[in-house]
Design a protein around this ligand. Structure first.
Ligand code: ZN
Length: 462
């Protein structure tokens, strides 16, 4: 009997891991890290309920760590199969996974120096080298035709619109002469993407695993171009700094795209724009190169000889010295730097310099999770802790919530309504309990679909 097991992303937006079994073969879709609360993170240290060596293939919806970050550990545990993903996802994983291994090593080293780990010594979940080793097993899919893995499994992809390389994966599971289509939405992007193709309308599957991150929330409907233009104008007038903590993959490229567009419309003051993040610079290069993911507007710009991510005044700061030099720069400037929630990275130095001065603006462009410095600042904190000191907040704090990698529930429902017929059964995954529950009720009421929220480690017969 063919089965589907939910090994993660149940009751949480992290740890995406799903197992398909048919004819004695095992295939996994996504292999993510659990992130956030300690009880969730501890799951990363527990082995999966099946031997890693028994899984033959791993498929990835996209490169985010909550969908890929367990792979180095999984390989250490004995997984020897191939990891299939879109070409752009394979390239992004080469940036993100070694970086995650490096961070794991840094965290373990920090815990050992401070002596606050109950494990002696504290160990990283995986190292930089583990990540490099695991990448040997990655293979880019030829998406022009179905990927035939065996007599039991074949795979087709659809555009996901979430980040570069994101795909929905349709797995056809065959056993005893019966074929069933299981569709994994991965993370679903918003419609009308700036850069990427928007989420496709897939053929209706038998079983549908749908993400529900924004199942109970709507994005603000602000005019992102006008707000960005007025913040830039204010920064230029006051000779201040506009510091944007931004995720290296996705948000940074959307900002650069918008800045170039504003400049072309004459709505951009004359000030230098610094991207101070080696990973963001590398990711931008991948966004530029992977034409297969671009939407028609991107094709049109490039055909016209326009470089969509190169606004006038752009500087790419790769080295630490270039980053430090920004501290002494005079005159108005904009700095885009990671991390996106101000939890670490080079952006901390820029915040430390910019926060105490009322001429400056800090602009958040992504979701700020509870407990992060970004969230403290967004909620109006008078000061924040940074590098062992207390930094007063006199700068203006702004947020652009409408730049998001996820469709909200309104967009999701309109997208689902375009499916030619309902899936036989829909499972809501990748959502907090409130988000998934709210989404389930809305889909039932508005679309009449059969939909449930699965439990951790629950197995379904297909
Ligand atoms: Zn994602």
């Amino acid at each position: 009997m063919a089965t589907l097991t939910f090994l993660g992303a149940t009751g949480t937006v992290t740890g995406s891991r799903y197992l398909l079994e048919a004819g004695g073969e095992r295939l996994m879709v996504d292999c993510g890290l659990f992130q956030g609360e300690k009880a969730l993170r501890e799951r990363n240290w527990r082995p999966l309920p099946i031997p890693a060596a028994s899984v033959r293939w791993l498929l990835l919806t996209h490169a985010h760590i909550d969908h890929t970050g367990y792979i180095p550990r999984f390989v250490q545990d004995g997984f020897q199969g191939l990891v299939f993903a879109s070409a752009a996802t394979v390239d992004l994983a080469h940036l993100l996974l070694p970086d995650a291994g490096h961070l794991q090593e840094e965290d373990a080293g920090y815990a050992n120096r401070k002596g606050f780990s109950k494990h002696q010594p504290a160990l990283p979940l995986f190292t930089y080298q583990d990540a490099i080793d695991a990448l040997q097993q990655f293979q880019a899919m030829d998406e022009s035709k179905p990927l035939e893995l065996s007599s039991h499994f074949s795979v087709r992809t659809y555009a996901g619109g979430h980040i570069l390389g994101a795909r929905m994966l349709e797995v056809t599971v065959k056993e005893n002469g019966v074929a069933r289509k299981v569709l994994f939405s991965g993370d679903v992007g918003r419609p009308h993407q700036l850069i990427l193709r928007e989420p496709a309308i897939p053929e209706p599957p038998d079983y549908f695993l749908l993400e529900s991150t924004y199942g109970d929330r709507l994005h603000p409907s602000d005019d992102v171009r006008s707000r960005l233009a007025s913040l830039l104008a204010a920064t230029a007038d006051k000779h201040g700094r506009l510091v944007v903590p931004a995720f290296a993959v996705g948000r940074t490229q959307e900002l650069l795209y918008l800045l170039r567009e504003l400049a072309a419309q004459g709505r951009m003051p004359n000030l230098p724009i610094h991207v101070d993040s080696p990973m963001a610079i590398d990711a931008t290069d991948l966004y530029r190169r992977h034409h297969e993911d671009h939407n028609l507007e991107m094709d049109r710009l490039e055909a016209g000889g326009i470089r969509p991510f190169s606004p006038p005044g752009l500087h790419l700061d790769r080295t630490v010295d270039e980053s430090k030099a920004l501290n002494d720069a005079s005159g108005p400037l904009m700095i885009i730097s990671a991390s996106g929630m101000a939890t670490g990275g080079r952006v901390l130095h820029h915040l430390e310099r910019a926060l105490p001065d009322s001429r400056n603006t800090i602009l958040f462009v992504g979701f700020q999770a509870a407990g992060t410095r970004g969230q403290f600042l967004e909620s109006g904190a008078a000061s924040v802790k940074m590098h062992g000191g207390e930094v007063p907040v006199r700068a203006r704090i702004e947020s652009l919530g409408s730049l998001s990698g996820h469709a909200d529930y309104g967009e999701m429902l309109r997208w689902l309504a375009r499916f030619p017929k309902p899936p036989a059964k829909t499972f809501l995954v990748h959502g907090e309990p409130a988000g998934a529950g709210s989404m389930r009720d809305k889909i039932r009421q508005q679309l009449g679909w059969e939909v449930t929220v699965p439990a951790f480690n629950e197995t379904i017969a297909l």
